[in-house]
Each structure stands twice: as structure tokens, then as C-alpha cells.
Design a protein around this ligand. Structure first.
Ligand SMILES: C[S@@+](CC[C@H](N)C(=O)[O-])C[C@H]1O[C@@H](n2cnc3c(N)ncnc32)[C@H](O)[C@@H]1O
Length: 414
């Protein structure tokens, strides 16, 4: 294992999602699970044009888009259908005519709805206590936009929906700060609407669409696709990979579904709260809603090369974690069983001599370290991978024990 000079590591934020804001299509939606596009570019820069790059945990599609920008073929999978939609929207080719039509149609939508008609009976997502998320004016504008966007199809609809996703977050009560926003024009600044929540949301949508259309213009040198799938069972759709670059869920109980809920409801990937728990249960490391109670009765169904180390950490966490200890210990155990299934499935997918690189953090539970990076390395070694290396790339936060690592290896030649 690599020797780590922990004290000398800066937080290296250019390697995280924060660096993606404003980097063209990578900045379309700001979501925490993303890693930085610079990391992807640095890693893939030396591959030959057309090389196949797989990301089995696509998230926001950073790897697929980064690969396509470099003239490679990016293919990714994710269990979350919203992220599959988002990834494919980010890697698509958009003809200029579509972009111009989208801008014209959106301007038309806004001009038809300058005044709110609060009597209109419009669809709203089934979000619990929705009135806590948006003020009445903002919510009404989002409903109007949703109904208008539903009249479109294909790429025009996709672009408008992406702008709606940005708008619904920036107009939520968490982010809404009533700053005066205006369109810029050659003559100066034009205040087009009254500054109430309703009109502000329409303006935010048009501005978001402008930003998105601007970066949809540049064409990608390569290609990419994002598929709905499970990293524990690779389907036949994927081409054998020259390079696997990914960041799987961390062992930190973060629920991607929880963070993505507002988008998923408005984009109609979620309808009732229990669906969210079901979807989280399918995700590796999911522990939200019904996933928690299912975890209680989970039993291992495979042996892994790290069972012995897992057993030790399992009893430490169960003993020191009070009444939650056994549940958290099972969570850690199931996570690594799932990752072992993933690595076994991966073995059939990577070309002989191909490279794999996993960006993963360690974690702590009641002061006991869960060294996922070391266990990944052991699982890869057990599958015959060579040159297995663990390198620290970043300190994660003020907790001295938490780091992000790159676990890389070369697939066996036969
Ligand atoms: C850390 S995020 C990936 C972030 C990504 N690198 C990016 O830049 O956006 C992990 C992703 O793995 C997905 N995931 C979890 N379990 C999965 C599974 N069994 N198969 C495929 N994807 C899964 C989650 O939905 C989440 O999007």
C-alpha cells in the first residue's frame, strides 16, 4: 500500500464537483456526487482516439462526457434513471437549428405567460409539503413551465427540462434570495418583468436555457452513451473497455436519491415517497427509507476476499455503535459484498491489459476506519489484476482521517 504523507495534502477542490460549474456542459446541473472534469481529463489524456472508456457508476455522466470531449468512446451505466437521462442529455449532439428553435419557442412560452393565471389547474409533483419548497408564485411558474414543456418532444423538450431542473433548485426556498435579475441587452439592462417570484422564475428559466444552449453548441469529438443498469451485473450492451474510470458510492450513507428528489419528482421519475426507498435499495450503499428496514434482514450470499477484515470491523462497529451499531455494521458489510459482485462482473468486461481506476474515499464509524480503498485493492489483486496501486489524491474535509484515493490496476492478460 502507498505511504501517505497525510499532513502535506491540500483539499484539492479542483478534483471535485465544485470545479465543474462553468465548464460547459459539465456545469449544467450542480450535483454533489460528481467528481471534477479535470481529474477525468488528466486520466484519459494519453488514450488513443476511439479508445473505449467505461464508467459503471455514471452519476452525472462526467466520465462519459469527458471521454467524448477527448475523442474517445464513453459508455456509462447507472441504476438511477434520472441520471441516465441527464448523462445522455449531456453527451448528445445538438444541431444548430434545434438550438435556435428551442430559444424561439421558450421566448414564446414566456411571452404568453407574462401574467400568472392562478385559476389554471395544473399538474404538480407529489412532493410532501411542496409549499415548504417553493413560494406560491414560484410554484405556479414551475407548474406553468412543466405544462408548456410537455407540449414538446425530443431534444427541444430535453433542453427545456434541463433548464427547468436548474430553475427549480435556484428558486427553491433553500436558494431563493430575491435578488434582482435582469436580461442584458445591447442597450443596457432591461427589466422585463415585475420582480415577483412568479416572473423571477420565468426569467431564471430563460437564463438557464441560454446558458445550456450556449454550451450545447460545441460538438463533441467522440461519442458517449449512458445506460440504465446495475454495476453488479454488466449487460451485453457494453463494448469491452480499454479503461475503466469511476467513482462508486462511498461508504458514507449518502443517499443519491435523497439529494436528487426534487429533480426526480418534477421530471416524473418519482411519484410516491416509497419509490425513493425502493430505488435507494437497488443502489450500492443505499440506506434510505425502506432500504434501512431491508438492511436489517440482509444476509451475505457470497464470500469475499476481505471477509476476515470485514468481520473485525463489523464487530467493532456493532459493539461501539449503540443501538444503531448492528445496522451500520451490516451496511458496511453489504456495501463490500456488493462491490465484490461488481468487481467479479467487471472482470468479464475489461480488455486484457486494460486499466481500471477507482476514485474512492475511506470512512470512519465510531472512530473505526473502514478502509474501502485497501479492500478494493485486495479484491482486484484476488481477481488477478496486476500493478495494483493506491494513491492519495485529496484530503476530504476537516476530519483528519478522511481521504480520497485512486485505486488503479491493470487487468490480467488472460
Ligand atoms: C459517486 S456517484 C458517481 C459520480 C460521478 N463520478 C460523477 O462525476 O457524477 C455514484 C453513482 O453510482 C450509482 N450507483 C449506485 N449503485 C449502483 C449500481 N448497483 N449500479 C450502477 N450504478 C450505481 C449512483 O446512482 C450514483 O450515481
Amino acid at each position: 500500500m502507498a505511504h501517505v504523507d497525510r499532513a502535506s495534502l491540500a483539499r484539492n477542490e479542483h478534483l471535485t464537483f465544485r470545479a465543474n460549474t462553468g465548464v460547459g456542459r459539465h456545469g449544467w446541473l450542480r450535483l454533489t456526487p460528481a467528481y471534477g472534469v479535470r481529474l477525468v481529463r488528466d486520466k484519459l489524456a494519453t488514450l488513443d482516439k476511439g479508445a473505449v472508456v467505461t464508467d459503471p457508476f455514471s452519476g452525472t455522466g462526467t466520465t462519459a462526457l469527458g471521454a467524448a470531449e477527448l475523442g474517445l468512446y464513453g459508455q456509462s451505466i447507472d441504476v438511477n434513471p434520472f441520471l441516465v437521462w441527464l448523462g445522455n442529455a449531456k453527451v448528445a449532439r445538438y444541431e444548430n437549428a434545434v438550438l435556435l428553435d428551442t430559444l424561439a419557442a421558450s421566448a414564446e412560452i414566456v411571452s404568453q405567460h407574462l401574467r400568472a393565471n392562478l385559476d389554471a389547474d395544473l399538474w404538480a409533483p407529489n412532493i410532501f409539503k411542496i409549499e415548504k419548497w417553493w413560494s406560491p408564485g414560484a410554484l405556479h411558474a414551475l407548474k406553468v413551465l412543466r405544462a408548456e414543456i410537455d407540449q414538446f418532444s425530443g431534444q427541444m423538450k430535453t433542453l427545456m427540462e434541463l433548464a427547468l431542473c436548474r430553475t427549480l433548485i435556484s428558486s427553491s426556498n433553500a436558494a431563493f434570495n430575491h435578488q434582482s435579475m435582469s436580461f442584458k441587452s445591447a442597450e443596457g439592462t432591461l427589466p422585463l418583468f415585475e420582480e415577483d417570484d412568479y416572473s423571477l422564475v420565468l426569467k431564471l428559466w430563460i437564463e438557464s436555457l441560454d446558458t445550456i444552449v450556449d454550451s450545447a453548441r460545441y460538438s463533441l469529438q467522440g461519442k458517449a452513451s449512458v445506460y440504465l443498469g446495475d454495476a453488479r451485473e454488466f449487460g451485453e450492451v457494453l463494448e469491452p473497455a480499454d479503461y475503466v474510470l469511476t467513482s462508486p458510492p462511498y461508504v458514507n450513507r449518502m443517499s443519491y436519491i435523497r439529494e436528487l428528489r426534487p429533480y426526480m419528482y418534477w421530471m416524473r421519475y418519482l411519484d410516491v415517497a416509497s419509490d425513493a426507498g425502493e430505488l435507494d435499495w437497488q443502489a450500492i450503499g443505499g440506506t434510505w427509507g425502506t432500504a434501512t428496514s431491508k438492511l436489517n434482514s440482509w444476509e451475505p450470499d457470497v464470500e469475499t476476499p476481505v471477509d476476515e477484515a470485514l468481520r473485525v470491523v463489523y464487530s467493532q462497529i456493532s459493539e461501539d455503535g449503540g443501538k444503531n451499531g448492528p445496522l451500520l455494521a451490516t451496511y458496511v458489510r453489504k456495501y463490500h459484498h456488493d462491490m465484490w459482485k461488481h468487481f467479479m462482473s467487471l472482470a468479464l468486461h475489461v480488455k486484457p491489459g486494460g486499466t481500471v481506476s477507482y476514485i474512492i474515499g475511506n470512512s470512519t464509524f465510531y472512530k473505526h476506519e473502514v478502509p474501502a480503498h485497501e479492500w478494493y485493492a485486495q479484491m482486484l489483486s484476488a481477481l488477478g489484476y496486476e500493478n495494483v496501486k493506491v494513491a492519495v489524491i485529496r484530503k476530504r474535509n476537516s476530519n483528519k482521517a478522511l481521504f480520497e484515493y485512486d485505486v488503479s490496476a491493470t487487468a490480467p492478460l488472460n
